[in-house]
Ligand binder design. Sequence first.
Ligand SMILES: C[S@@+](CC[C@H](N)C(=O)[O-])C[C@H]1O[C@@H](n2cnc3c(N)ncnc32)[C@H](O)[C@@H]1O
Length: 296
Amino acid sequence: MSEPADNGSQTVEAARRALSARLQAAGNDSAELDARFLVGAALGLDLTGMITAAGRAITRDESNRLDGFAQRRLAGEPVARILGMREFWGLPLTLSAATLVPRPDTETVVERALELLRAGGPIDRTLQIADLGTGTGAILLALLSELPNAHGFGTDISEAALQTARENASRLGLADRATFIACDYASGLTGPLDLIVSNPPYIRSADIAGLAIEVRDHDPHAALDGGPDGLDAYRALIAQSVSLLGPNGSLVVEAGQGQSGDIEALMTAAGLSPAGPPKADLGGIPRAVSACRLPR
Ligand SMILES: C[S@@+](CC[C@H](N)C(=O)[O-])C[C@H]1O[C@@H](n2cnc3c(N)ncnc32)[C@H](O)[C@@H]1O
C-alpha cells in the first residue's frame, strides 16, 4: 500500500480543484475538464470513482504521478497524449507518436459516409471500403463498427501508425475485417470499392509554425502538412480514387476551413459528381465533402 502524500493529506477533490486552478491560471480554457481527466488517470479512477472517492486522501505516489501529468500539460502536451488514448465515435483508440489525435470534427466524415451508404441500400450488405491516411484507424474502425458485413482497407505512409491502427482493430474485435497497407494513399489498393474516406494532411506548409503548440509539437508533421496550398493530398488521392470506385461508389473527405469549394472542384474535374453540399461540423464549418461515381 502507498503512503498518503505529506502535502496536508490533500483529498481527491482538493487535488482536482488545485490542478484546475493551476491550469486556468496558465491560460488553459479547458482547465476543469483537463483536471478531471488527469486526476482520473493519475489515480486510476473513472468519473464515478472520482465522485465516490472525492473525500479520501491521495497517496504520495498518486501525488507524484499527478504532478508529472500537470507539468506535461502545462508544457503544452494535450491530455489525450498524456493519457495515450482518445475516444472517437465512442471507441477507445490507443495513440502513438506516429498518429494524429483523432478530432471530434472528423466524426462528420463518418456521418456523411453512413448517410450515403444508407441511401444506397441496407447497411448490412457486403461492402468494400477504404480509409486513406488511417492514422489510429479512427474513421475505418468507426465505420466497421456500424457496418457488420463490410471489409475495410486502411492505408498510411507511416508503418508505425499502421501498427497502432492494427492494435486498435484487434482490441476492438474488428481485426478480421480490417486490412492495413503501407502505401501512398490508394496506390496499393484494387477496386471496386463502395466507399473511400480520408482525412488527409491539409494544413498549408507555411501555416504549420503558427499552429497551437498542442498540434504543432505533438501531432506528427506527416499528418499535418498539406503542401503549399494545403491541397496536395486531395489532388493525389482524388486522382487515385476515381478508378477504384465501383458504380455509385462514394468518396468522402474531410476539409480544412475554407477548403471545401476547392475540393469539390477537384472532384468534379476528376469526373465525380458532388453528393450533396458539404456536411458541416458542430461549429458550422463545411467539413465532409462527398462525391459519387455515376454508373457509366
Ligand atoms: C490528418 S491525419 C488523419 C489520421 C486519421 N485518419 C484521423 O482522422 O484521425 C493524416 C494521415 O495521413 C497519413 N499520410 C500522410 N501522407 C500520406 C500518404 N502520402 N499516403 C498515405 N497516408 C499518408 C499520415 O501519416 C496521417 O496518419
